[in-house]
Ligand binder design. Structure first.
Ligand SMILES: [Zn+2]
Length: 151
């Protein structure tokens, strides 16, 4: 795990309630995989469709036979936003920070959101290659998926 912020081991302050799996458990494997520093996306056992966010049924064939597929922590920036005025006021001291929507070419171009680590005022290019960074919050029992520009 590595972050590139100074003065804190995390990219954003722990000012919000920790993320948690959905109460019905449909995305539990995604969160458990992050703790192992892996990314998994939902894969339909009937038709092979990949989807994200995880759901109880396949959006393509409506099967309930759900599985998971590990994907590489490499993608490209599909979209991004630099946050100056966060809705949760508790994040104001961390501004600006960058949220990216990352497309995973090896997984049918599924998209996953996260923060872009590094200089929050860095120029950002659509399509730029990025790689996953797993930010462990061991004392609270979760891991966040963050991104940084690929070297
Ligand atoms: Zn399906």
């Amino acid at each position: 795990m590595a972050t590139e912020t100074s003065g804190s081991q995390y990219y954003l302050p722990e000012a919000l309630p920790p993320p948690h799996p959905a109460p019905d458990g449909r995305d539990l494997e995604f969160w458990e995989a992050l703790k192992r520093h892996q990314i998994v996306v939902q894969r339909c056992n009937s038709c092979g469709n990949l989807q994200m966010e995880p759901e109880w049924l396949c959006h393509k064939c409506l099967s309930f036979d759900r599985g998971w597929q590990q994907v590489e922590g490499k993608g490209r920036i599909y979209s991004w936003v630099r946050i100056w005025h966060p809705v949760p006021a508790a994040l104001k001291p961390a501004c600006p920070f960058v949220v990216v929507l990352v497309e995973l070419p090896q997984a049918n171009n599924l998209r996953i959101a996260g923060n872009l680590l590094g200089d929050p005022q860095q120029p950002i290019e659509i399509g730029a290659p990025v790689e996953a960074v797993f930010e462990d919050h061991r004392e609270k029992g979760y891991t966040l998926l963050q991104w940084r520009l690929a070297r």
